[in-house]
Design a protein around this ligand. Structure first.
Ligand SMILES: Nc1ncnc2c1ncn2[C@@H]1O[C@H](COP(=O)(O)OP(=O)(O)OP(=O)(O)O)[C@@H](O)[C@H]1O
Ligand SMILES: O=C(O)c1ccc[n+]([C@@H]2O[C@H](COP(=O)([O-])O)[C@@H](O)[C@H]2O)c1
Length: 219
C-alpha cells in the first residue's frame, strides 16, 4: 500500500516552487505518484489571470517532464468553485482505502480553518504542510494548533501506514518563486526562464499569456 500525494493550486502559471517541493514530499512519503490538480474557480481568491484550459495545459506540460506527476482535470471541468473537500471525497471514493496525502504550503495551512467543510478534509486525507526554511510567517490559529496537537506525526512512514487523519510538517527547499512574480516579469517584458519548466514558458510565449497587467484576462 504505497498511496498517493496530491497538490492542488491555481497554477497561474505552475512553477518550480510547486514542482520541487511536491517531488521532495513524494520521496519522503514513499509514494509513486503525485496528482497535480489545477483549480477551475479557486475559492478564497479573485479570478486567475489565465483561463482554466490554459492553466490545465501548462500543468500538463510541467507534469510531462516527470513520470510520477499526473494531472487531474476534475476541477477545471466543473462550473462551480473548486472546493477541496469535494475533490478529495471523489478521490477517496475512487481510490478506496489507500493512504492519500494532500500537500499545501504553510501559507495556505495558516488559513485552512476557513476552507469549506475543512474538518471533513482532515478525516478524508492526511495533510502534509510544506515549510520553507526561513519563512516563519504568523503563528497558527488556536483551532489549527489543537488539531495539529491531536494529529501530528513525526515520521512520514508511520503516517502513511494509515489512510488519512494525520498532519505532517516537512521542510522543503526554499524556492522563493511565486506565480505572481512570474506574471509580473512577463508583464514587464522580462523573462522568467529557469523559474518554471521551459515547456511551460514556451507555451506562455506562444499563447501570449500574461503580457498585460490587470485582473483576469480570460486568456
Ligand atoms: N515557492 C513555493 N514553495 C512552496 N510551496 C509553494 C510555493 N509557491 C506556492 N506554493 C504552494 O503551492 C500551492 C499552490 O499555490 P499557487 O498556485 O497559489 O501558487 P502561488 O505561486 O502562491 O500563486 P500566486 O502568486 O498567484 O498567489 C499552495 O499550497 C502554495 O502554498
Ligand atoms: O476548499 C476550499 O475552501 C479551499 C480554499 C482555499 C484553497 N483551496 C485549495 O488550496 C489549493 C491552493 O490554493 P491557492 O489558492 O493557494 O492556489 C487549491 O487546490 C485550492 O483549491 C481550497
Amino acid at each position: 500500500m504505497t498511496g498517493l500525494a496530491v497538490l492542488g493550486g491555481t497554477f497561474d502559471p505552475v512553477h518550480y516552487g510547486h514542482l520541487r517541493p511536491a517531488e521532495e514530499i513524494r520521496q519522503v512519503l514513499g509514494v509513486d505518484e503525485v496528482l497535480l490538480i489545477p483549480a477551475g474557480q479557486p475559492p478564497h481568491r479573485g479570478l486567475p489571470r489565465s483561463n482554466p484550459e490554459h492553466r490545465l495545459a501548462m500543468t500538463e506540460l510541467a507534469a510531462a517532464c516527470h513520470p510520477p506527476f499526473r494531472v487531474l482535470d476534475w476541477e477545471v471541468r466543473k462550473q462551480s468553485p473548486s472546493y477541496a473537500v469535494e475533490t478529495l471525497s471523489r478521490l477517496r471514493t475512487e481510490q478506496g482505502d489507500i493512504p492519500i496525502a494532500f500537500i499545501l504550503g504553510r501559507d495556505a495551512f495558516l488559513r485552512f480553518d476557513t476552507w469549506h467543510r475543512w474538518r471533513e478534509i482532515l478525516d478524508l486525507v492526511h495533510l502534509v504542510v510544506a515549510c520553507r526554511p526561513g519563512w516563519a510567517g504568523p503563528e497558527l490559529p488556536e483551532i489549527l494548533k489543537q488539531e495539529t496537537q491531536k494529529r501530528e506525526f513525526q515520521d512520514a512512514t508511520d503516517m502513511m501506514q494509515r489512510a488519512a487523519g494525520g498532519i505532517f510538517f516537512q521542510d522543503v527547499t526554499g524556492l522563493a518563486i511565486s506565480s505572481t512574480q512570474i506574471r509580473e516579469l512577463l508583464c514587464q517584458g522580462r523573462s522568467p526562464r529557469f523559474l518554471l519548466p521551459g515547456a511551460v514558458l514556451d507555451y506562455i510565449e506562444r499563447q501570449g499569456l500574461y503580457r498585460t497587467a490587470g485582473p483576469a484576462s480570460g486568456g
